[in-house]
Design a protein around this ligand. Structure first.
Ligand SMILES: *Cc1c(COP(=O)(O)O)cnc(C)c1O
Length: 398
C-alpha cells in the first residue's frame, strides 16, 4: 500500500511480510476468514466453481491438513482415497455424522457397552429428534442379521472395538458384511486402537470416527474429533453440510496441537502396547487381582479376534481387585505415580476407579451389566518406563 493513510489506519491494516516464508512447521492460521483477490474469484469460490478458503467454519488450512493426514493413515495400504473432516470433539464427530446421514424415523443398531457419552447422545438427543436406538449384543451375528432383516428402519450399525471397560471386541468384517447386504451404513469408533493398530476400511466399514483428544493427540492438551468416509459424495454433501451448519468444526489451534501429537503416534503406540503387555502380565500373576482384561493376554476371550483384526493390543486395560468397593478406594488412595484423571490415551499412565468416580451415580445393577464391578480399575497405560508403573500398582496393593 503506497498511498498515504492515517495513523489509526496504519494500526488497523495488515502489514505484509516481504519475502518468502518457508516455515519448517505448518503455522497456526488464526484467522476467521480469508480474502479474495477479486469479486469474481469470490463468486467462483462461493458457488463451488473454484476451490478456495472462505470462512473458518467451512474450512481452515490447519483443520483441512490434519483431516487429510488422518484420512491417509486410515487408508494406508488400501486403494482409493477417503474424505475427512475435523470436528470440535469426539462427541461432535459422532453427532455431526449421525445427523448428517440419518433422517427422522431412522433407527440405529448398536451395542450396550459404548462410550458413555455416545449412549447418552443416542438416547437423550437423537431419541428426542425421532431417531431411535436399539441395543443388542453385536457378538451375536445371527441376532444382528435377524434384527436387521425384521426392522427396515435401521439405517446405521454403530460399534466400538475394543470397548470399555473389559476390552471386548466385535468382528468388524462380519458386521460390515451383514450391514452391506441390507444397505445399512456402518460406523466405527476407532479411538482406542487408532489407525496404527486397526484399519476398519480394510473390512469395508463405511465411516470411522475418532476422539482425537485421546491417542491421536496423545498429550492431553486438546479436544477434537474426526469423521472419515470413503463415499466422497455423502461426505461432501451430507456430512460437511451438517458440520458447516451445525458449527461443529474444530478450531485451528486444536488442529495445530493435534498435528504435533500425531507426529509421534507410531512410536507412542508401540510403547503403549509393550508397556500394557508388561503391566497385564504382572497383574495376572498378582494374588490380590481377581481378573485382568487385556486383549494381549491369551486368556482374554477376544484375544484371537483382536489378533485377527488389530496390529497390536493397545494401551487400555482393566482389572478387578479382590475386595470390591472398599479395596478399590483404598488402592486408589495409595496410588502415587499414575495420575488420577478421567481421560485416556495420554503419554502418562492414567488410572480410574469407575465405581467411586465416573459411575458413582449409575445404578449398581446397570453398571455391573456392562462389566463395571465394584473392584474394577481402568488403566490407560502411558509411555513411561513400565517398571515405575508396575512398582506403583504393586505398592498400592500392599
Ligand atoms: C473420549 C471418547 C469419546 C468422546 O470424545 P471427546 O473428544 O471427549 O468428545 C468417544 N469415544 C471414545 C471411545 C472415547 O474414548
Amino acid at each position: 500500500m503506497k498511498e498515504k493513510i492515517n495513523f489509526g489506519s496504519i494500526c488497523v491494516k495488515k502489514e505484509k511480510f516481504n519475502g518468502e516464508i518457508r516455515s519448517h512447521q505448518m503455522p497456526l492460521y488464526a484467522t476467521s476468514s480469508f480474502e479474495f483477490d477479486t469479486i469474481n474469484q469470490g463468486i467462483d469460490i462461493f458457488t463451488g466453481k473454484e476451490k478456495g478458503l472462505v470462512y473458518g467454519r467451512y474450512a481452515n488450512p490447519n483443520t483441512t491438513a490434519i483431516a487429510k493426514k488422518i484420512a491417509r493413515m486410515e487408508m494406508f495400504g488400501l486403494k482409493g482415497e477417503a474424505t475427512a473432516y475435523l470436528t470440535s470433539s469426539g462427541m461432535s464427530a459422532i453427532s455431526t455424522l449421525m445427523m448428517g446421514i440419518l433422517n427422522q424415523g431412522d433407527k440405529i443398531l448398536t451395542q450396550g457397552n459404548l462410550y458413555g457419552g455416545t449412549t447418552e447422545l443416542f438416547l437423550k438427543t437423537l431419541g428426542r429428534l425421532g431417531i431411535e436406538t436399539i441395543f443388542t449384543d453385536l457378538k451375536d451375528l445371527n441376532k444382528v442379521e435377524e434384527i436387521l432383516s425384521k426392522d427396515k428402519k435401521i439405517k446405521a450399525l454403530y460399534f466400538e472395538t475394543p470397548a470399555n471397560p473389559t476390552m471386548a471386541c466385535v468382528d468388524i468384517g462380519a458386521l460390515a458384511k451383514i450391514a452391506k447386504k441390507r444397505k445399512v451404513k456402518t460406523v466405527i469408533d476407532n479411538t482406542f486402537p487408532t489407525p496404527y493398530l486397526q484399519q476398519p476400511f480394510k473390512f469395508n466399514v463405511d465411516f470411522i470416527i475418532h476422539s482425537t483428544t485421546k491417542y491421536l493427540n496423545g498429550h492431553g492438551n486438546s479436544i477434537a474429533g474426526v469423521i472419515i468416509g470413503r463415499d466422497k459424495e455423502i461426505m461432501e454433501k451430507k456430512v460437511w453440510t451438517t458440520l458447516k451448519l451445525a458449527g461443529t468444526n474444530a478450531s485451528p489451534l486444536e488442529a495445530w496441537l493435534l498435528g504435533t501429537g500425531i507426529k509421534t503416534l507410531e512410536v507412542r503406540m508401540d510403547r503403549h502396547c509393550k508397556n500394557a503387555q508388561a503391566v497385564a502380565e504382572f497383574l495376572q500373576g498378582h494374588k490380590k487381582v481377581k481378573k485382568v482384561n487385556y486383549n494381549g493376554l491369551p486368556s482374554h476371550p477376544d484375544h484371537h479376534l483382536a489378533k485377527k483384526q488389530m496390529n497390536g493390543f493397545g494401551g487400555m486395560l482393566s482389572f478387578e481387585l479382590k475386595g470390591g468397593l472398599k479395596a478399590g478406594i483404598k488402592f486408589m488412595n495409595k496410588i502415587k505415580f499414575c495420575s488420577l484423571a478421567p481421560t485416556l490415551g495420554d503419554v502418562d499412565t492414567l488410572i480410574l476407579h469407575p465405581a467411586s468416580s465416573s459411575h458413582i451415580n449409575v445404578d449398581k445393577k446397570l453398571r455391573e451389566r456392562n462389566g463395571i464391578t465394584d473392584g474394577l480399575i481402568r488403566l490407560s497405560i502411558g509411555i513411561e518406563n513400565h517398571d515405575d508403573i508396575i512398582s506403583d500398582l504393586n505398592q498400592a496393593m500392599k
